[in-house]
Design a protein around this ligand. Structure first.
Ligand code: NAD
Ligand code: TYD
Length: 341
């Protein structure tokens, strides 16, 4: 198959491309085009392990640029489009919602139109459990759970999910949607909880906990997510939504304390800060449909995945320093300034 991957220079997209080119039988993966704008979150360093693979090509572009998207699809003729590109961070979407709506809604529309025009045989839209909003205990959200997005980010993902699914209903386009829980693993930009706390802990900086730290997230190791996406591409049913959860729901404070213990730093580095507005209390997913239909299961135990992640950040201080230089500091100051409680 020929894969057109959007957002392949980001955290999950790059893990997916590395999996395709390094760990998937060569007869399954004929060629991979990575279409990415290289925003603050895009980093071609994440693809160094595959850059010399003759099957890999990079296109620097914006998914909102209809002419370039159409040209790329016309030239490459992908068998599948795997759509990761997004503005992916809730806090940034609160500080600055405009790029979120441009990329996540207009960008998804542009890709769907190109896939429709060129009759792309499969279109996988990568989405998130955040579209369901906060899930009351003891439930785990199934795919038919109501959409109750709380942030500009999650609202834009809910909107793009509906748009993608409407192309299946209206145009009979072969669209599939995956909704994953919080991912963690190597190469994640240090704005999200786990990499931010690991990199701060390694440098002995304070660890900002929003509110009481008892919010629950369902942690999924990034490689488990990438295997799920491949399983849905190969075995999923068109027009269907598949939840991808890690079955490891934990309060934030437990995760952060585990990081401090593993790094060997004192709990006195924990710093309670003002809560995020519209903060969802709990995410928890049922992945029963995905397991039943594709045989997928999450295989990485959380303690082991967290250790592998911490080991990777410890071994890659230059990567952290490079992504944290420049723009990152401005965001950090804007997001965390004036939040002390
Ligand atoms: P990321 O922020 O690490 O990477 C996003 C990538 O998209 C970057 O390489 C960026 O340069 C690119 N991009 C952004 N705007 C673009 C545009 N207009 N045109 C082309 N490229 C653009 O994100 P991630 O964490 O890897 O998430 C990937 C996808 O998975 C997103 O759709 C996100 O909603 C979804 N998702 C993420 C998580 C998570 O925990 N990170 C969980 C569930 C779903
Ligand atoms: P995040 O990684 O931003 O993912 P999401 O909001 O998409 O779930 O945040 C995960 C949880 O960690 C969420 O409950 C917010 C919390 N959090 C903090 O307490 N402090 C922080 O500095 C960050 C970035 C997140």
């Amino acid at each position: 198959m020929k894969f057109l991957v959007t957002g392949g220079a980001g955290f999950i997209g790059s893990a997916f491309i590395r999996r395709l080119l390094l760990e998937t039988p060569a007869e399954t993966v004929k060629a991979v085009v990575n279409f990415d704008k290289l925003t603050y979150a895009g980093n071609l360093e994440n693809l160094l392990p595959v850059r010399n693979d003759a099957r890999y090509r990079f296109v620097h572009g914006d998914i909102c640029d209809a002419a370039l998207v159409n040209q790329t699809v016309a030239d490459f003729r992908p068998d599948v489009m795997v759509h990761f590109a997004a503005e992916s961070h809730v806090d940034r979407s609160i500080l600055s919602p405009a790029p979120v709506f441009e990329t996540n809604l207009r960008g998804t529309f542009t890709l769907l139109e190109a896939a429709r025009m060129h009759k792309t045989p499969r279109f996988l839209h990568v989405s998130t459990d955040e579209v369901y909003g906060s899930i009351a205990e003891p439930h785990d959200a199934t795919e038919d759970y109501p959409l109750r997005a709380s942030s500009p980010y999650s609202a834009s993902k809910a909107g793009s999910d509906l748009l993608a699914l409407s192309y299946f209903v209206t145009y009979h386009m072969p669209v599939l949607v995956t909704r994953a829980s919080n991912n963690y693993g190597p190469y994640q930009f240090p704005e999200k909880l786990i990499p931010l706390m690991i990199s701060n802990a390694l440098e002995g900086k304070s660890l900002p906990i929003y509110g009481d730290g008892m919010q629950v997230r369902d942690w999924l190791y990034v490689d488990d997510h990438c295997r799920a996406i491949l399983a849905v591409i190969l075995r999923g049913r068109e027009g269907e939504i598949y939840n991808v959860g890690g079955s490891r729901a934990l309060p934030n404070i437990d995760v952060v304390k585990a990081i401090l213990n593993s790094v060997g730093q004192p709990h006195s580095l924990l710093q309670t800060v003002k809560d995020r507005p519209g903060h969802d209390r709990r995410y928890a997913l049922s992945s029963e449909k995905l397991m039943r239909e594709t045989n997928w299961t999450a295989t990485m135990p959380f303690a082991e995945g967290l250790k592998a992640t911490i080991d990777w950040y410890r071994a890659n201080p230059e990567w952290i320093a490079r992504v944290r230089s420049g723009e990152y500091q401005k965001f950090y100051d804007k997001n965390y300034a004036g939040r002390a409680v």
